[in-house]
Design a protein around this ligand. Structure first.
Ligand SMILES: *[C@@H]1O[C@H](CO)[C@@H](O)[C@H](O)[C@H]1NC(C)=O
Length: 203
């Protein structure tokens, strides 16, 4: 009897269904995610962090991620989420996600959003409550609150860790020699100096 109890308690404490792989954030992250943690509860599959973000910043915007680092339950499942809050005039500037496509789900307000395809054609739309819009993987896109009140949206991504590269930061938030920035962007020295100043690059 004791042996059976012992076996039973071992089973309860150490094992879970083999199809569950909640991220062990203490493990080493690789492109496929994290190793699985051994003990799993329902709270690993629930994310309660989607409160209104703080939009007191130069972008008048707050993006609250629920990627694998914030929401370990998405580990290995190929999707994740985020919440977007935009004040009037707020913007998520031109950027791309190297590792996932994005689906925007409008909750309130009005957002003018667009992406630029690899042939430079522009796909632009002003969205309101209930609208969904897709931003395909790797393409440059932006979202602007074009309404007269706050706007809120949710995102899902086809990756647990979509990554993000902001165009202005990539171009001007770096320590690449300013001559090379001028040559590679066709901007004049004064513009490069101003933009490197604004985005924290060394001039
Ligand atoms: C929002 O961010 C600003 C700037 O960082 C800060 O001064 C302010 O206290 C923050 N507000 C809240 C409610 O956290």
């Amino acid at each position: 009897m004791f042996r059976i109890l012992l076996l039973f308690s071992l089973f309860l404490s150490t094992s879970h269904a083999s199809d569950l792989c909640v991220a062990d954030l203490k493990g080493i992250k690789n492109p496929a995610g994290y190793p699985c943690k051994s003990k799993v509860t329902v709270n690993d599959f629930v994310f309660s962090g989607f409160k209104a973000g703080n939009t007191s910043n130069v972008f008048k915007a707050a993006l609250t991620p629920a990627f694998v680092d914030e929401f370990p339950g998405v580990n290995g499942l190929g999707f994740s989420a985020a919440r977007l809050d935009l004040d009037v005039g707020g913007i998520i500037p031109m950027h791309s996600h190297p590792s996932g496509s994005e689906l925007l789900i409008m909750v309130s307000g009005h957002i003018t959003a667009g992406f630029i395809a690899s042939d430079n054609s522009v796909f632009l739309k002003t969205l309101s409550k209930g609208d969904l819009m897709i931003f395909p993987q790797g393409l440059l896109h932006f979202q602007l609150n074009s309404g007269n009140r706050k706007a809120t949206a949710f995102f899902t991504y086809s990756s647990t860790n979509p990554g993000a590269q902001l165009l202005d930061l990539a171009l001007f938030g770096n320590n690449l020699d300013s001559i090379l920035v001028q040559k590679s962007t066709f901007l004049d020295p004064a513009q490069v100096k101003k933009l490197k100043g604004a985005f924290g690059g060394s001039y």
